[in-house]
Design a protein. Sequence first.
Length: 445
Amino acid sequence: MNASRRASRRSFLQHLSVAGLTAPMIARDLIAAPPSRRLIHASFGGSGMAGADLETLLHHDFVKLAAVADVDLAHAARWKAQFPSVRIYQDWRELLDREKDLDTVNVSTPDHMHAPIAMAALQLGRHAYVQKPLTHDVYETRRLTEVAREKKRATQMGIQIHSGREYRSAVRLVQDGAVGKIREVHTWSNKKWGDMGPLPDRTDDVPKTLNWDLWLGVCAARPFIGSGYYHPGNWRKRLDFGTGTFGDMGCHIYDPVFKALGLTAPLSIRSEGPAPNAWNWATNAIIHYVFPGTQFTESKTVPVTWYDGDARPPKDVQALLGDARLPGQGSILIGSRGTMLIPHIAMPQLLPRDQFHDYPMPNVETPHHYTQFLEAARDNGKPPLANFDYAGPLTEAVLLGSVATRFPKTTLEWNAKKLKFTNVPEANAFIRRTYRPGWESKGLS
């Protein structure tokens, strides 16, 4: 694991601790749950974000880990050492076929395998916690959302800040009208999950612990390239496997904006930044969305613009912050009575400061993001806050931005009901991928 990934995971776990999401703060009645309320669980992925998800899920004493699937056995070894009875698989299909008693799963693999694994689990009646972005492609997201609803399964996407005080406070402030009706939004990330270089002209030996064919999964076969080009660290940069900076961080950073304004599907998307090359996503994106207006917006439509890498909101927008520092990631919401800065991850700020210096922060509930999912799987009657009915439309909107980057300086008009662009037919080729022969997926292919 490289330094940036270690730092990212460390920051995630620190946030869980600060937000009261780790074991000491879990309700005592949950920890003492009787066997009849226990959940049999399996993890798809054994390290990185999968490891963080699994650690937090297993803080709940009513969760029993039955199995872990990871295409790289080295990544699953820690769980066998910690829980000797746990069964380890390389092939996720074999796990689902053999583990007949599962209640819940977490899908925390690279983006390209989220949909096939989650779809298969849902169709078997398992409850599914799936990392963001929910899927690699828009069509996959729509189908997962539909099937989860049909099967009446508990679902949650891994946007844990959705349940935290920071984002829930921002949502409440907007919906309470603290800065008035919102007229425009600017949101950004300084991450650079892109690579405009050519595909390296070499083939490397596959590590002995890795099944490269299983890692590729639904994607076309190709030679393995080592030094972290694909596995384990940089797949987010590659078109077939990841979704770039936008896919990585968009579901997080757009989340409080999407929720606060009650956004639905965009009407149009336009990219002003560079296009990806034949293999990799670009950085320095600037993506303009136009969403239908809502009761929380000033007009019948509302513009929302994304920036990543070195791109940032215009100077006149930044000037609205006054002496507030522009964070590396976050959002600026411009309202009719003021401006809100939502850093990722910190409490929202109301600006200008002298106007809002005594404005009270709202009291908001901050339910444990993972416990919501687990309790819903135990039939508590409360759907998780980031269930697929919410996370699906959010992810669709984010992934449409990734499609737009392939068509720079072209406004793409979107028909959400028909799941297609109406004015640029060639863009529809990127809404749904074709899985390679032998990897077709029921409900997706």
